[in-house]
Ligand binder design. Structure first.
Ligand code: AMP
Ligand code: MG
Length: 349
């Protein structure tokens, strides 16, 4: 398939191109587009044939449901069975933005979108290109991240091009995204709020709106076998080609351990990359060191994480030794993704 790659400047949107993207979606095509979280791969969420093509292009397991993206809160009404007062408060506070809510689905939503579940995930993204495209499409847009299943999510158009060129109709290049991690997924079907996937909106922020917020204990299992509740969270995910090992604990002890592990691995003929932070990057010698961000500003780490994992693959390293970070605020989402990238391979110091 011939993939058209187009540039759209989010500060100065070319509406002609965006209208074409919307029409492509409405007519059954696949368009990769920027959102504030990561790049998404969109299709008409009411067209089962188009939605199936998303699963094919990504190699995504068909039991992993998709999120429907809308551009106006009114579009929610026909997709769901009812909107609770808690849902209304969360929507008022966090939409448009990186919060996905799980509702009881209406009969309008095709089974292929929800992987046969009786619930549906819905979000209103805040990125102006995403919003505009959904508006022009005139339909809810089903969209997972625009990467091959299992790979780190794309935060720049180059990542999408690497994974999906020739497999989709159009890729919109709008530069880097803002948040860098996927949306927070919150289940509100049981009365309270259960965080099924941590993301850009933190549990602390949700608690400011409603007291009844719990986090699915399956999200960062510490060595146990708790199974996450969101169907997609059980899969191997976000994995670069290199093996990832997390060294978790006090940052100075971690840096010390990483130095010793790097020496050992190198003596075995392995090429090692070190994922450090602004606070620790000067502590390392020899192996290629990339700072993922500033520990005092965890959102910088969220924004860079996936791109840095891909960067190590481009450098051709065999093993990435990554410092763990605090599971506070957006750090919870960072550690959730990093643990998956590492298949839970953690050394505690
Ligand atoms: P992705 O589109 O790759 O960002 O993944 C969407 C996430 O939302 C996955 O972890 C899904 O399992 C989860 N999800 C989507 N729909 C539902 C649903 N109806 N119930 C629970 N989780 C869902
Ligand atoms: Mg994904």
């Amino acid at each position: 398939m011939n993939t058209r790659v187009v540039k759209i400047d989010p500060q100065n949107i070319d509406h002609e191109v965006l209208r074409e993207a919307g029409a492509l979606i409405r007519n059954g095509g696949l368009v990769a587009f920027p959102t504030e979280t990561v790049y998404g791969l969109g299709a008409n969420g009411l067209d089962p044939g188009a939605v199936k093509r998303i699963f094919q292009a990504k190699g995504r397991p068909s039991d992993n449901p998709l999120i429907l993206h809308i551009s106006r809160a009114e579009e929610l009404d026909k997709l769901v069975e009812g909107i609770s007062p808690t849902a209304e408060r969360l929507i008022e506070e966090f939409w448009p933005g990186p919060l996905t809510l799980i509702f009881k689905k209406s009969s309008l939503v095709p089974e292929v979108v929800t992987a046969g579940l009786d619930t549906v995930a819905v979000r209103m993204p805040s990125h102006p290109v995403a919003m505009g495209m959904i508006r022009y499409a005139g339909v809810p847009v089903a969209a997972p991240s625009a990467n091959l299943s299992g790979k780190p999510s794309p935060t720049r158009a180059e990542h999408v091009i690497k994974d999906l060129l020739g497999k989709v109709d159009m890729i919109i290049d709008s530069g880097s995204v803002m948040v860098g991690l996927e949306s927070t997924v919150a289940d509100i079907t049981g009365g309270g709020v259960v965080v099924l996937r941590p993301g850009g909106i933190t549990p602390e922020q949700l608690r400011e709106v409603t007291g009844d917020v719990t986090v699915d204990p399956g999200l960062i299992p510490d060595g146990d076998t708790t199974i996450p509740k969101a169907p997609g969270m059980k899969y191997a995910h976000y994995s670069p080609d290199a093996q990832v090992i997390i060294i978790d604990g006090d940052m100075y002890k971690a840096a010390d351990k990483i130095q010793r592990m790097a020496k050992d691995l190198e003596s075995q003929g392995k090429r090692v990359g070190i994922m450090a932070t602004e606070q620790t990057k000067a502590l390392y010698k020899d192996a290629p060191v990339v700072s993922v961000g500033d520990r005092k500003r965890p959102y910088t780490i969220a924004a860079n994480l996936f791109a840095v994992l891909r960067e190590f693959d481009a450098l051709g390293v065999d093993v990435i030794l990554a410092e763990g970070v605090e599971r506070q605020g957006v750090g919870l989402a960072v550690m959730n993704r990093l643990m998956k990238a590492a298949s839970h391979n953690v050394v505690r110091v």
